[in-house]
Design a protein around this ligand. Structure first.
Ligand SMILES: NC(=O)c1ccc[n+]([C@@H]2O[C@H](COP(=O)([O-])OP(=O)(O)OC[C@H]3O[C@@H](n4cnc5c(N)ncnc54)[C@H](OP(=O)(O)O)[C@@H]3O)[C@@H](O)[C@H]2O)c1
Length: 275
């Protein structure tokens, strides 16, 4: 049974479920079990990447759950060692083989890696993958506004979304508003701040007020901001908890308490220098 959940219309024809399961730092075995658990709980969106080394486990989890392929929104990413048209095209084939699927729903360029200065050619490979049906939608991750503009200027094709570090301590207001003006959806990676936001007193206060957990409040905050969140967990109770967010809402005072937590400090690398 598909549980009621929120989805967002992308700039192409696809809709993306607003909550997905992240699987970074999960082994093949753990990813397999986590994906199966998540699909059984009602998730219909899974986020992996070739660099995570668990695409095989993710594919096995999809088959274990028995959910019809077309009901699952599956994302993978092209790693930094596969920039350029031919290398990215070959990397996608390898990902599809490991996942054991005919297509992914979303293919992302994982990082712009400006030192290689090759992301426009990589992007052309993704546009081609969408044309030949191997990726239903194509987007990017960790791109700043200049990188996005260059893709649009040089290819005429905007990514459907940009997956960026985004959590209560790193709220990315400027990039979110650039996305909005470019028709690009925002997807939040490390939506729980890799767990660091779960013990914040302001979050805990909001959680107590609603009789929810800190994780649920943070995921709900992403939803209320129109973001797509991909919390990672390999723990069955947490996978369940993180999806139980569609039956409550935050009010203006909750949103302003969380807005005040923004420090602009990254947990991950700076995209303008990484790679
Ligand atoms: N595009 C990129 O460059 C990029 C970079 C980083 C991440 N990502 C994507 O974003 C996903 C999420 O980011 P993330 O894994 O860095 O961090 P996250 O989702 O913010 O936090 C994950 C951590 O929180 C714990 N956790 C999850 N739910 C919890 C709950 N309800 N209560 C208590 N603890 C909970 C998890 O533990 P357990 O697993 O042990 O339960 C794990 O340690 C990744 O898996 C990946 O798919 C993308």
């Amino acid at each position: 049974m598909v549980k009621p959940q929120l989805t967002i219309q992308l700039s192409d024809t696809q809709r993306i479920p607003q909550v997905g399961l992240g699987v970074w730092q999960a082994s093949d075995t753990d990813a397999r079990t986590a994906v199966r658990t998540a699909l059984e709980e009602g998730y219909r969106h899974v986020d992996t990447a070739s660099i995570y080394g668990n695409e095989k486990g993710v594919g096995e989890g999809l088959r274990d759950a028995g959910t019809a392929r077309e009901q699952v929104f599956l994302t993978t990413k092209i790693w930094n060692d596969a920039h350029g048209f031919d290398a990215a095209t070959a990397a996608l084939e390898e990902s599809l083989e490991r996942l054991n699927v005919e297509y992914v729903d979303l293919l992302l360029v994982h990082w712009p890696t400006p030192s290689q200065d090759n992301y426009v050619n990589t992007w052309r490979a993704l546009i081609n993958a969408q044309r030949n049906g191997k990726a239903r939608s194509v987007g990017v991750s960790n791109f700043n506004q200049d990188h996005l503009q260059r893709l649009i200027d040089e290819t005429g094709v905007a990514p459907v979304l940009n997956q960026i570090e985004l959590h209560p301590f790193m709220q990315q207001a400027a990039l979110r508003s650039a996305h909005e003006s470019m028709g690009i959806a925002t997807q939040s990676w490390s939506p729980l701040g890799q767990g660091s936001a779960l013990t914040n007193p302001a979050i805990l206060e909001v959680a107590q007020k609603h009789g929810r957990t800190a994780a649920q409040v943070i995921i709900r905050w992403h939803l209320e901001l129109g973001l797509i969140a991909i919390p990672k967990s390999v723990t069955p109770e947490r996978i369940r908890e993180n999806f139980n967010v569609f039956d409550f809402a935050l009010d203006a005072s909750d949103l302003s308490a969380i807005a005040a937590l923004d420090s602009g400090k990254r947990l991950g690398p700076d995209p303008s220098t990484f790679g």
